[in-house]
Design a protein around this ligand. Structure first.
Ligand SMILES: NC(=O)c1ccc[n+]([C@@H]2O[C@H](COP(=O)([O-])OP(=O)(O)OC[C@H]3O[C@@H](n4cnc5c(N)ncnc54)[C@H](OP(=O)(O)O)[C@@H]3O)[C@@H](O)[C@H]2O)c1
Length: 441
């Protein structure tokens, strides 16, 4: 057998302990097939005496991740702490500077500093692998970097946050409100006590930034993403979408256009019978439109100890086999400058929900505002709450708000936004109009 590969693992939470577990279960088999042992030469976390559900007996403890990263006894620094600054960043940089390969699951760090870290890794001639950073157990990084390298990719998009998909799925299947489902998700451990990061779209944006770079060969550009979360989605939207033949999903979309790249995270309407609409609960998926391969959809568990450790392990095995691929598929120095397409120029159809005061001229006035900006309408439907019985339940009375759903033909985002602002200013609606993009699939 050749010399063993020595790991330094920093971070012993969900993913770190999952990796230790996987190494214990599969280490001997993997060593047999690799012809090389994989050994844990050191570990580090914040609190030494914490109960972790796996034994740390016999493992060398390091008080800081930075000291572990630079220790001469390790070959690979495995960063499973999380966060884009401070300890994880310093430790990863220290490891790369010391000529050690790095394996990380840290999307936040890579979304912020991915291009620079890739340069550092290439300068040192070592690997910087991050399969677990996007969509957990789905092998999307290597799929884009290697398996689809021969394609020109037009669009990559997906459901990249299990918490949001769980909430939207429950809202749809159980006709419950956003707040109600969020509370339940927190109690079950699917959502953090502070859910901002997930439900406001930033977690999806971190992952999208990495997919965009891999798909289009551009520098990682997290700050160029247009981000909207799912807080504004109501039961009325879920029901109207269902009746119109759609599901609402939080998508991360990177699209190559003639005027640059659109990178956007937002709730989107997808046809109810499309494969992506069927992705329910905490499951993730990534879809790719490539010129040669056509349309590809990969789906699976996007988080959790086992799936994430599986992805981390595949990165470690790549290092054990030798070689250090360019982290983003092309040499970091050749990554193109990111060119952003303005969202105002986005072309698409839109779903609009208005709480329109029931009074003469309100509907015509609103449709007129659309017409003035060249927005033509495919349909207008006045909706009563689901379950309301015609002739039995109270009809909306004059002057009270009533829900009106509009579907537009293809238009520009600037035109629809401008029209909705005018409608709001006219005082014909009781609340800010809701607008959801319809994603063509
Ligand atoms: N959980 C998932 O399903 C999942 C999926 C994909 C990617 N990821 C990514 O994987 C990484 C780890 O996530 P996780 O869910 O395993 O997190 P976690 O359960 O919160 O664990 C974080 C670990 O980092 C340690 N830590 C925190 N600050 C530290 C510091 N300054 N120095 C050394 N260690 C420190 C903590 O130590 P103590 O235990 O002593 O507090 C803990 O062991 C993150 O980048 C995350 O985005 C997670």
């Amino acid at each position: 057998m050749s010399e063993s590969l020595k790991l330094g693992i920093a971070g012993l939470g969900t993913v770190g302990t999952g990796l230790l577990q996987l190494l214990r279960e599969h280490g001997p088999r993997l060593a047999q097939s690799l012809g090389r042992q994989i050994e844990v030469a050191g570990v580090s976390a914040r609190t030494r005496d914490k109960k972790r559900g796996v034994s740390l007996e016999g493992l060398r403890w390091f008080d800081t991740a930075e000291s572990l990263a630079a220790d001469p006894a390790i070959d690979v620094f495995v960063e499973l702490i999380g966060g884009d600054e401070g300890t994880p960043r310093r430790a990863v940089e220290a490891a790369l500077r010391a000529g050690k390969a790095v394996v990380t699951a840290n999307k936040a760090l890579l979304a912020r500093h991915g291009s620079e870290l890739a340069e550092l890794a290439e300068k040192a001639g070592v690997a910087l692998n991050f399969e677990a950073a996007v969509a957990g157990g789905i092998p999307i990084i290597k799929t884009l970097r290697e398996a689809l390298a021969g394609n020109q990719i037009r669009r990559v998009y997906g459901i990249l946050n299990g918490t949001c998909n769980y909430i939207l799925t429950q809202m749809q299947q159980e006709q419950r409100s956003f707040d109600d489902v969020l509370r339940e998700a927190q109690a079950k451990g699917y959502a953090e006590a502070d859910p901002t990061f997930d439900i406001d779209g930033f977690d999806t944006a971190h992952k999208l930034a990495l997919l965009t770079s891999l798909a289009f060969g551009t520098r990682v550009a997290f700050d160029e993403i247009d981000v909207e979360g799912i807080r504004t989605i109501t039961q009325a939207d879920i029901e109207a979408a269902d009746d119109l033949g759609y599901r609402i999903k939080l998508l991360g979309v990177a699209l190559m256009t003639e005027s640059g790249i659109e990178q956007r995270v937002h709730p989107a309407m997808v046809p109810k019978h499309s494969a992506i609409a069927e992705i329910s609960g905490v499951t993730n998926c990534v879809a790719i439109d490539g010129d040669s391969v056509g349309n590809l959809l990969l789906a699976g568990p996007g988080a959790g100890a086992g799936p994430t450790a599986s992805a981390v392990m595949s990165d470690i095995l790549d290092v054990a086999r030798g070689g250090s691929p360019h982290p983003f598929g092309v040499p970091a120095a050749r990554l193109k400058a990111y060119s952003r397409a303005r969202l105002g120029r986005h072309q698409g159809a839109y779903y609009v929900r208005l709480s329109l005061f029931d009074r003469p001229g309100a509907m015509a006035g609103s449709a007129g505002r659309m017409g003035e900006r060249g927005v033509s309408l495919e349909s207008i439907v006045q909706r009563r709450p689901r379950g309301a019985r015609p002739g039995i339940d109270a009809r909306p009375t004059l002057g009270t708000p009533t829900t009106v759903i509009l579907i537009t033909h293809e238009t520009t985002e600037a035109a629809i936004r401008d029209a909705l602002e005018a409608i709001h200013k006219d005082g014909q609606v009781s609340e800010k109009p809701q607008m959801i993009r319809i994603e063509p699939l």
